[in-house]
Design a binder for this molecule. Structure first.
Ligand SMILES: *Cc1c(COP(=O)(O)O)cnc(C)c1O
Length: 395
């Protein structure tokens, strides 16, 4: 099929809820993709941080094929091996206590919101149910996670939204203190706000929030749907902040391209969910969990340390362009935002697509780069050359 044929059929048969780029990808290898006309692209987007170990990764592929040949699905009323081994690996590598598996980021965040409310209900009864999130956050597209998302543009059309969310400014502890009251059961945040513009939280702010939570028995929930699984240069970003969160949600990169999400819980929260208080049919699917196990095998400590080195390399190369429209490059590891002034990030992203570099935007002014974590320096250089050329043409 051609790209044009696919676009025509999409327009006819598929709900038009995405502002898609006019590109149809057929296949990939490493961090390189090809469309249906054979045009090549360097991938600095990785399916929004999902293809953590690149395309056509043999270890990942073989793990999936082997598990598919044994068992593709079994209900959660039975035990199976992959989800149990994966939970063990995740706890051992993070110091968290237990894992619940879900299927997407939004669903995982729904789970941690329920966790926070039940924790508080069990201990204090009704009325302590507010979850504070940060302005510019993004937590998902279900009715409750849209409500949790601290951006007004998401609070539209779908009324009534779930009650019980309040928004506080990021990196402003006093501002946060003006929002919290004794109805609060949890504070939930991304350590680098992804969709909001690749905005890293300051260590001092995060430490103060953690201290407040600890003192007041308010749960500290970290949304690592985007920052997790090696993306920021540690298996989970909270590990670089020296935190002991009460819950950590994850999804995107965990299974390298198969749908898997979930949340890890800590000492205080490990017994909150009891039989039949939280469940999902597909959660802990054997094939997805086998894929995730392969991803975690590939992302050993050495490979994750490389993420920081590669991220710094990209950052330095872009800064060295000394481009008048580039304000700064911010982020952690290979979660980077190139902040533009006087140029539209959407227009630049479209020009990069056209020139053969796939990227993302974040907020109103950033181009966001989330390359596969296994990208080679050769591919990085190829991508950066395209970026430099497109930026040069804007001068
Ligand atoms: C993408 C994202 C989500 C939503 O994940 P879905 O899998 O699209 O539901 C939630 N939180 C953060 C931080 C994200 O980046």
């Amino acid at each position: 099929m051609t790209t044009q044929e696919l676009i025509t059929l999409d327009n006819q048969y598929v709900v038009q809820s995405y502002a898609r780029n006019p590109i149809a990808i057929e296949k990939g290898e490493g961090a390189t993709l090809w469309d249906f006309e054979g045009k090549k692209y360097i991938d600095f987007a990785s399916g929004i941080g999902v293809n953590s170990v690149g395309y056509n990764n043999k270890v990942w592929q073989e793990a999936i094929a082997a598990q598919a040949a044994k068992l593709g699905h079994i209900s959660n009323i039975f035990y199976s091996e992959p989800y149990i081994k994966l939970a063990q690996t995740m706890c051992e590598r993070t110091g968290m206590n237990r894992v619940f598996f879900a299927n997407s980021g939004a669903e995982s965040n729904e789970g941690v919101i329920k966790l926070a409310r039940k924790y508080s209900f069990d201990k204090y009864g009704m009325g302590r149910s507010t979850v504070v999130t940060l302005i510019n956050s993004f937590h998902g597209r279900t009715i409750s996670t849209l409500a949790a998302t601290g951006q007004d543009v998401f609070h539209n059309y779908f009324f009534p939204f779930t009650e019980g969310f309040k928004y506080a400014p990021a990196n402003d502890f006093e501002g946060l203190m003006n929002v919290v009251d004794d109805s609060v059961c949890a504070i939930m945040m991304e350590l680098v706000q992804g969709e909001g513009g690749v905005l890293p939280l300051e260590k001092e702010f995060v430490e103060k929030v953690a201290e407040y939570c600890e003192k007041n028995d308010v749960l500290l929930i970290i949304d690592e749907v985007q920052t997790g699984v090696g993306r920021t240069g540690s298996l989970f970003c909270f590990q670089q902040f020296g935190l002991k969160p009460d819950a950590v949600s994850f999804a995107k990169g965990i299974a390298g391209g198969l749908p898997l999400g979930g949340f890890m819980v800590g000492e205080k929260t490990k017994d909150v969910f009891t039989a039949a208080t939280h469940a999902t049919t597909f959660g802990g699917n054997p094939i997805c969990c086998a894929a995730a196990q392969a991803v975690l095998d590939i992302l050993d400590d050495e490979t994750i340390a490389e993420v920081t080195a590669k991220g710094n390399y990209i950052k330095e190369k872009i800064e060295a362009l000394n481009h008048p429209n580039i304000v700064c490059v911010r982020g952690m590891g290979m979660m980077l935002g190139v902040v533009l002034a006087g140029l539209s990030n959407k227009e630049i992203a479209a020009k990069l697509d056209e020139a053969g570099l796939l990227s993302l935007t974040a907020g109103k002014e950033a181009i966001r780069f989330l390359p596969p974590l296994t990208i080679t320096y050769e591919e990085i250089d190829e991508g950066l050359a395209i970026f430099a050329k497109v930026m040069e043409e804007q001068k």
